[in-house]
Design a binder for this molecule. Structure first.
Ligand code: SF4
Length: 392
């Protein structure tokens, strides 16, 4: 018996795992703002390739080699990108995309049709190489894309993070857009099963790398908000902040002592997973309670609730006086919550603008995780719009 072995039959060697290489949203926004520079220095195809990398999270090779007819519609009429996953040797994969991405593809198709008016459309590619390509069937190469992309990035003005530090442009390369795509979805609460499908991963192992990134971010965020931690009197907890951090991380991670607007260290309540408070959650009157800046919205909402309840009870003539007195929130509790909010706000006001911004971002990250801990159904966060100027 004879057989032929071609290169396509040889499995690809294992590649390095997809580690944390995503680009922060503010970096992505600055890059998007300079896409016209990329087009001016290279060609339209390079720009479209980079936009598609950003929008779809596909690998560079998958984008460069897209077929002309890569845009289809699902049964609901929503746009779908058809691409080949060369790494896993799976062809004609489908990825749901947004209308602005579909519009980008349609415009590029028109451009290709104009350039090759007499060619069979089924033989054309979406991103034809500019030179030595008389038939329109040769795509731009991913190495060329990578080189042009590097030149573009190096020619841009300094890219800065929200805290003012300069971002290392070495970290901006085509594959980083895939990580950014995954991270945007992971941060928005997309489950690992859905994310694995979006990335066309065979197993959850590769996808889990993105969730590890999430944990690292949470740990960094917790470290930050822990530096603005308060006891029930609104006194800042300074002591041994560094040694507190490890325990604090673990506490946040397992969520066993989270109470409505802070954390509880009362042993029996901790043992009962936070649902067995002997004081009926009068936390501002309890030494086991502490809070931090990430709970400010909950504290404010709780104060509003107390004030609303007090007003409602005052206008309930049908209730006995003793019942109203027992149900009404005490002035003491209201005053303590007010004082706590004031103290936290004063401390936040002492920070510089950059520090305040960092704390707000960290608090937002911690709050997303707390939603799960508090038993509040996890809601998907909207994906950040990197290019709000594009029509939806
Ligand atoms: S009142 Fe005290 S024991 Fe009860 S949940 Fe709040 S901090 Fe824990």
């Amino acid at each position: 018996m004879t057989f032929i072995l071609t290169t396509a039959d040889v499995p690809k060697p294992p590649t390095a795992s997809e580690e944390a290489q995503d680009l922060p949203p503010e970096v992505m926004r600055q890059l998007c703002a300079h896409l016209d520079v990329l087009e001016a220095h290279t060609c339209r195809e390079m720009r479209v390739a980079v936009e598609l990398l950003m929008d779809t999270g596909r690998r560079p090779d998958e984008i460069c080699r897209l077929a002309y007819d890569c845009l289809t519609r699902d049964r609901q009429g929503k746009p779908v990108l058809a691409y080949d996953n060369f790494k896993e040797q799976r062809i004609r994969r489908e990825l749901p995309i947004h209308e602005p991405t579909a519009a980008l593809i349609r415009a590029q198709q028109e451009r290709v049709r104009g350039r090759y008016p007499d060619r069979d459309l089924r033989k054309l590619v979406l991103l034809p190489a500019v030179v030595m390509n008389p038939c329109g069937d040769k795509s731009i190469g991913s190495n060329h894309l990578s080189n042009m992309h590097r030149e573009w990035v190096e020619g841009l003005p300094e890219i800065r993070l929200d805290d003012g530090t300069v971002f290392d442009t070495e970290k901006i390369f085509p594959y980083a857009y895939r990580h950014s795509f995954a991270q945007r979805h992971a941060d928005a609460g997309v489950g690992i099963d859905v994310l694995a499908g979006l990335l066309d991963h065979d197993s959850f192992e590769s996808t889990r790398a993105y969730y590890k990134v999430k944990e690292v971010r949470l740990r960094q965020a917790v470290d930050k908000v822990t530096t603005l931690q308060f006891d029930r009197h609104g006194r800042r907890i300074w002591g041994a902040v560094t040694s507190l951090l490890a325990a604090e991380r673990t506490r946040k991670a397992i969520g066993t002592v989270v109470v409505p607007f802070g954390t509880c260290s009362e042993p029996s309540n901790v043992a009962a997973g936070g649902g067995h408070c002997p004081l009926r959650f009068r936390c501002v009157g309890c030494d086991h309670f502490s809070t931090d800046v990430s709970y400010l919205p909950e504290l404010r909402a709780y104060l509003d609730d107390l004030l609303r309840n007090r007003e409602r009870l005052r206008s309930m003539p049908e209730a006995d006086a003793w019942a109203v007195a027992e149900a009404a929130p005490s002035d003491e509790e209201i005053n303590r919550i007010r004082r706590l909010i004031r103290r936290i706000t004063e401390e936040v006001d002492k920070l510089t603008d950059a520090e305040r911004q960092q704390i707000q971002q960290a608090a937002a990250t911690v709050r997303k995780t707390l939603q799960g801990f508090l038993g509040i159904p996890r809601i998907h966060q909207p994906l950040p719009d990197l290019r709000p100027e594009r029509p939806a």
